[in-house]
Design a protein around this ligand. Structure first.
Ligand code: PBE
Length: 314
């Protein structure tokens, strides 16, 4: 034992001296032979790179459970076989807070997201591709009113029927609110600086005399913006007194179907709110789109090295 240990040492010493001699004599030893260069060995000794799932603890940061986006995401988890993944329920505000925290630290995060939304102008984000098309194509947001509104509140009905704006308009209001303006003030300012657009919505409509009208909405940033703009126009231009009723998505649809709410400008169709629409479709009046070109899906910071929902399986 002792002898062979000594022999080993002599052999090692010999080869080390030999290599040292080689190195100083002319060229450096080839990396594979040079014990000082442990780069290749060091790399293989490191733990394998984390998967996307591990990096976010297999969590998708969701919003309120009644949102169509949540139901679509549950279906995504099922159809793409994302068995280890969990969809975390919360709210739109909790989702954007989590996104902001992660983004500031350049950490990975996956959220349920939608357009129009201010988050795309504040952060560099991307939608994950959805090759199975579960989130659907571009959609519209419709204005839905209770049956009989036309006879009951004709001026409001006429304006709601005309109300139509662009995603960039909605985003402008959303950004102001996100930057700290009260939603109603942001809406007032937008109305004041978009006289031309607003005057087309109310052209030829006789103002009402202080009638009360109730608008239902969910606390999604997009709908906070649109509902406040509609409120301001109804109050400032058409003489209504507007009550805004903040509810969950299910009760919002029930409310307009049963006539407890006069109108909503928050119906994402044909896909996101398809089940609500089907369930109550004979009980309300659909005034058609007030905005074209929405999108829903899984959203990640652009610095994350994934592109598709398929990448979440790894
Ligand atoms: N959203 C915003 C809603 C509709 C408006 C996409 C979060 C939803 O998923 O139901």
């Amino acid at each position: 034992m002792k002898k062979s240990w000594k022999q080993t040492m002599v052999a090692l010493l010999g080869s080390t001296l030999l290599m040292a001699g080689c190195g100083s004599a002319s060229e450096p030893a080839a990396p594979a032979d040079n014990p000082a260069n442990s780069g290749s060995n060091g790399e293989t000794a490191q733990p394998a790179a984390e998967s996307v799932g591990e990096s976010v603890d297999y969590k998708i940061i969701g919003i309120d459970p009644g949102a169509g986006l949540m139901k679509a995401t549950a279906k995504v988890i099922e159809e793409y076989g994302l068995d280890k993944w969990e969809l975390v329920e919360g709210s739109g505000a909790a989702m954007t807070a989590a996104l902001k925290d992660a983004y500031e630290d350049q950490k990975p995060i996956i959220v349920t997201g939608w357009t129009p939304h201010w988050k795309f102008s504040k952060f560099d984000l991307k939608y994950l591709e959805d090759p199975k098309g579960i989130y659907g194509a571009a959609e519209q947001i419709h204005t839905i009113v209770k049956k009989g509104l036309k006879e009951e509140k004709a001026s409001a009905y006429a304006f709601l029927d005309n109300f139509y704006w662009e995603p960039s308009d909605m985003e402008a209001v959303m950004v102001e609110i996100m930057e700290g303006k009260e939603p109603e003030q942001a809406a007032k300012d937008w109305v004041a600086s978009n006289e031309e657009k607003v005057s087309k919505w109310i052209e030829g409509i006789e103002p009402a005399n202080g009638d009360t009208i109730t608008l239902g909405y969910v606390a999604w940033d997009s709908e906070i913006a649109s509902t406040n703009v509609v409120k301001v126009v109804l109050e400032e231009k058409l003489g209504y007194k507007v009550e805004m009723s903040q509810v969950e998505a299910g009760p919002m649809w029930v409310g307009v179907a049963e006539g407890d709410l006069d109108a909503i400008v928050a119906a994402w169709l044909p896909t996101t709110h398809a089940d609500y629409y089907e369930k109550y479709k004979d009980k309300f009046e659909d005034l058609g789109p007030n905005l074209d070109g929405t999108k829903i899906g899984l959203v990640v910071p652009a610095y994350m090295d994934i592109d598709s929902i398929e990448d979440l399986k790894e």
